[in-house]
Design a protein. Structure first.
Ligand code: AP5
Ligand code: MG
Length: 210
């Protein structure tokens, strides 16, 4: 299974990618997590990405395309993968096609903007493994501690309400056109956001025939 998860910031891509990758035994490639790790480690890519990520703008296509091409060439991707947060622009999708990457499905999680702004205020993120929690919808077992790796959870800088609004505007202008791109290729499936994470997973599994 080669799956792309599309959807606005906060749609639940990371959360659902985690669940599906455990269930299907395939890796998730999250460009957001890769960029945040690079920023934390102060690598050249991280230094270049920082101002874009923190202000809610997209990192230049060539940076992201390079990262993903390298990552997809690794052994664990041979049997399939989930792309979370990439492609984000038509040029990124075209680069995947040019690289011979033939995906099975681009699945878009549809959520209204108002729900997103409210939801992001409750998100808590693991700075080490990238896992996403929510103070109400998906609380960690111990308050403030990552269930997966035990690190102290943080609030992402780009989850400030004004930055969330900028990220939503960027999504509608640059990423949403990918739905038409994949629909033209017969690869698009859409799922409506559900009130709980579990119910959204059930809709995704139905859409994917799992
Ligand atoms: P990235 O990290 O990809 O952020 P994003 O797309 O803005 O999405 P998020 O990670 O914020 O949300 P999500 O959909 O994963 O939701 P989550 O599962 O956490 O990118 C960050 C930045 O990096 C970009 O702005 C850009 O600068 C750069 N970047 C990354 N990729 C790039 C690319 N390809 N090109 C250029 N630049 C790139 O869920 C959100 C919250 O909601 C959680 O708290 C969760 O617990 C909760 N939740 C989820 N589902 C439900 C539900 N059904 N009901 C209730 N709560 C729910
Ligand atoms: Mg995410």
């Amino acid at each position: 299974m080669k799956l792309i998860l599309l959807g606005a910031p906060g749609a639940g891509k990371g959360t659902q990618a985690d669940i599906l990758s455990k269930k299907l035994g395939i890796s998730t490639i999250s460009t957001g997590n890769i960029l945040r790790a690079a920023m934390k480690n102060g690598t050249p890519v991280g230094l270049r990405a920082k101002e874009y990520v923190e202000s809610g703008k997209l990192v230049p296509d060539e940076v992201v395309i390079g990262i993903v091409q390298e990552r997809l060439a690794e052994k664990d991707c041979a049997g399939g993968y989930i792309l979370d947060g990439m492609p984000r622009t038509i040029p990124q999708a075209e680069a995947l096609e040019r690289g011979g990457i033939d995906i099975d499905c681009a699945l878009s999680i549809e959520v209204e903007d108002a729900v997103i702004v409210e939801r992001m205020s409750g998100r808590r993120t693991c700075p080490d493994c990238g896992a996403s929690f929510h103070i109400k919808a998906n609380p960690p077992k111990a308050e403030g501690i990552c269930d997966n790796c035990g690190a102290a959870l943080t609030i992402r800088r780009d989850d400030a309400p004004e930055t969330v609004r900028d990220r939503l505007a960027t999504y509608h202008a640059e990423t949403e056109p990918l739905k038409a791109f994949y629909a033209e290729r017969g690869k698009l499936k859409t799922v409506d956001n559900q009130p709980t994470i579990e119910a959204t997973t059930a809709e995704i599994e139905k859409a994917l025939g799992l």
